[in-house]
Design a protein around this ligand. Structure first.
Ligand code: PLP
Length: 374
């Protein structure tokens, strides 16, 4: 089997553990273990202290699923299957798509959300954004135009990695109306849920609004707990979830026992994780906006509405890949070029979840001043 490289992951593999500064990470700094355990209730502490490292339940422990359920309006314990996000995505596509089917996916996008469909020999159309009036926008009318007779899945991701876009509620409902009208399931990747930068708390999960909707959420982005490798699919489609459970027997079978307890503690104390993450992201966005003002001859920047990333656009003649390679070699700052998103050669992702952003921007500024005559 010839699997195409996951370009973002391959680029990270080159630099994530060797470059000094990660300016493109989509996750926030990971919380220390003690931070999580100090928040445990008495019963969670007992579960941790007496934990036996055997197999766990395929669907995820009832305690963990109860902790998940509280963050949804209409979801029951048996509407949840816990897995790793990547595995969940792989299983979902294998269940819902067959060779020759058509899927629609946002672009730019986390590659596994469309690559697996392609590996299954499906055709994929990309729902592209406009970049006007200093903001990103995905227009539901453009999505509608992409629907074909054999469209079997619509794949969306809000808050969106990498643009930071989130639709207004009326556009979100319009997407659902379109899918419902044509009888197409929506796979909604909500990995950045609750990372919203204005007064309202963000969009409701798809599984709460659309009977044919499947939501994916996990611990990596919202919580800053990527190392747990945990996520969960939620849906009211019981037949689909039964198939997910059966498919999982061929892959991980069940989840990590330690991760399940730590995720339970995090879900039961969500604000303690989300609020510090949001504060860090928001103050880094302010710093980056100032940095942009000083360097707007070099790149455009649309402030993200949500999530932990933005997608900047270079104005220089070199490709973003060339820019990123020179930058990391000279300064140790890793910037993810848009070539890794198969989205042209002019953009790059910036991540706001790292505490050392001030230092990174100082180093970056010196580099720009030296080479781009700021
Ligand atoms: C949109 C999106 N979905 C899924 C994932 C996968 O999450 P995890 O790293 O927890 O497997 C990522 C990670 O970057 C992502 O950005």
């Amino acid at each position: 089997m010839n699997i195409k490289d996951f370009a973002v992951e391959r680029y990270f593999a080159r630099y994530e553990f060797t470059a000094q500064y990660m300016l493109s990470s989509s996750d926030c700094d990971g919380y220390p273990m003690n931070y999580v355990l100090d928040l445990a209730s008495d019963s969670e502490k007992t579960s941790w202290d007496t934990l036996k490292l055997g197999y766990t339940e395929t669907l995820g422990s009832p305690t963990l699923r109860k902790a998940i359920k509280q963050h949804y309006k209409t979801i029951d314990l048996d509407d949840i299957v816990v897995s790793s996000p990547g595995e969940a995505n792989f299983i979902l596509m294998n269940i819902l798509l067959n060779k020759g089917d058509h899927a629609i996916c946002m672009s730019p996008m986390y590659q596994s959300l469309y690559q697996i469909a392609k590996e299954l020999e499906c055709s994929v159309s990309f729902w592209k954004p406009t970049e006007e009036q200093n903001k990103w926008h995905y227009n539901p009318a453009d999505l509608k135009k992409l629907i074909q007779a054999n469209t079997k899945l619509i794949i969306i991701n809000f808050p969106h990695n990498p643009t930071g876009f989130s639709p207004e509620m009326n556009d979100y409902l319009e997407i659902i109306d379109i899918a419902r009208h044509y009888g197409i399931p929506i796979f909604s990747d909500e990995m950045y849920r609750f990372l919203t930068h204005n007064e309202h708390s963000g969009l409701p999960p798809m599984c709460d609004l659309y009977e044919n909707g499947i939501s994916l959420w996990g611990t990596a982005k919202t919580f800053g707990l990527a190392g747990l490798r945990l996520g969960w699919l939620t849906s009211k489609n019981k037949e689909f979830l039964k198939k997910v459970e059966s498919f999982k027997d061929y892959l991980s079978i069940c989840n990590s026992a330690t991760s399940e307890i730590l995720a339970t503690i995090a879900l039961n104390n969500m604000d303690k994780f989300v609020q510090p993450n949001l504060q860090k992201i928001q103050s880094n966005i302010v710093l980056f906006s100032e940095f942009h003002k000083r360097n707007n001859h070099l790149f455009d920047f649309h402030k993200p509405k949500s999530g932990s990333t933005a997608f900047i656009k270079f104005k220089s003649n070199e490709t973003s890949f060339q820019f990123a390679e020179k930058l990391v070699k000279e300064t140790g700052i890793m910037l993810l070029p848009s070539e890794t998103f198969e989205y042209g050669t002019s953009h790059a992702r910036v991540g706001f979840g790292r505490a050392n952003m001030p230092e990174m921007l100082d180093v970056f500024q010196k580099y720009i001043t030296k080479h781009y005559n700021s």
